[in-house]
Design a protein around this ligand. Structure first.
Ligand code: GLU
Length: 310
């Protein structure tokens, strides 16, 4: 007799993800990204996964990844799979970098930040902004210099994409950003490379996250195209800012959410849902999420930052 194993249920085609950096406890801005990505994925009948983006060991706060995971549980946000940790996946990033090198789309760069700042034509205008890399090392390291970072050779042309919240957007990455770093001078793989590799490797079809990452999207699409990955759908959610307009979590360090007080959990989740244009009647996280799912409408998500009283 032929023995047959039980049929394996196919993985749902839609996969959303929440990818927090464990640089502090979950704050309101990251809760909005968590809930928003969950709603988009679940509304499409898809799975939702959590990825801990702990590659930048210089910014990781010990214990905060576990704290974030525990907080997600309290908000009834359950990952469809065991969360993955970027720090355990560096061989995947090394492999992708190697593929780019083989295509001559990645190259060593000797330039330091101070040198790049000196080369910029109007340094005062680049304050706080990213410097456009002038391509010094693109055709080889200058005589006597050694490699620091590795850069991606950005193809010419406009990258356009349809954001589900912001509509059609475009960027000329070569002109506005230039060849950007994919492995840093300290040897760490850069966020832009890791996120693209992980989203593809994990089968992510929807990238739903805070509006602060909108200007990383064209860079990520350029990398996806170079690596032959499929492009996910994008939705960028309202950024949560304090009353001075600063992004929460940037100016004061992260603003911890009340985690253990059940009553405050309901309030906080209801605020996060309101930021996404949804009002719910319940105060138990699981019921709130179920009701939010029924009322979810992309058209109700605003494009502007949401200001909370500081
Ligand atoms: N790890 C990033 C952050 O916490 C988010 C990355 C992403 O969603 O693409 O800001």
């Amino acid at each position: 007799m032929i023995s047959r194993s039980a049929p394996v249920a196919p993985e749902p085609r839609i996969a959303g993800r929440f990818a927090p950096s464990p640089t502090g406890p979950l704050h309101l801005g990251s809760l909005v990204a968590a809930v928003g990505s969950w709603l988009f994925a679940r509304a499409a009948g898809g799975s939702w996964i959590v990825r801990i983006e702990d590659l930048d060991s210089t910014r990781v706060v010990p214990g905060s990844a576990d704290e974030i995971l525990r907080a997600l549980e309290r908000y009834a946000l359950t990952s469809s799979r065991e969360p993955v940790w970027q720090s355990r996946r560096t061989s995947l990033y090394a492999e992708a970098l190697e593929r780019l090198r083989v295509q001559e789309l990645a190259y060593d760069c000797a330039c330091s930040r101070a040198e790049l700042q000196r080369m910029a034509t109007a340094p005062s205008m680049t304050d706080g902004a990213e410097l456009v890399y002038p391509g010094v090392c693109r055709s080889g390291l200058p005589e006597g210099r050694s490699a620091r970072a590795v850069r991606f050779h950005v193809p010419h042309g406009i990258i356009a994409f349809d954001d589900l919240v912001h509509g059609r957007l475009e960027e000329n990455v070569a002109q506005q950003v230039g060849d950007f770093v994919i492995r840093r001078a300290d040897g760490l793989f850069a966020y832009q490379l890791a996120v693209v590799v992980d989203d593809a490797e994990q089968g992510v079809t929807q990238v739903v996250r805070g509006g602060d990452l909108l200007d990383s999207t064209a860079r990520q699409i350029a990398l996806q195209q170079a690596l032959g990955f499929e492009q996910p759908a994008y939705a960028h959610l309202p950024l949560v800012v304090d009353d001075s307009g600063a992004k929460l979590g940037k100016r004061h360090g992260s603003l911890p959410l009340p985690a253990l007080d059940e009553r405050r959990i309901g309030e906080t989740l209801s605020l996060a849902l309101r930021i996404l244009g949804i009002d719910v009647a319940h105060d138990r996280p699981d019921l709130m999420l179920q009701q939010a799912l029924q009322r979810f409408d992309v058209a109700c998500i605003g494009r502007n930052p949401f200001r909370v009283e500081g």
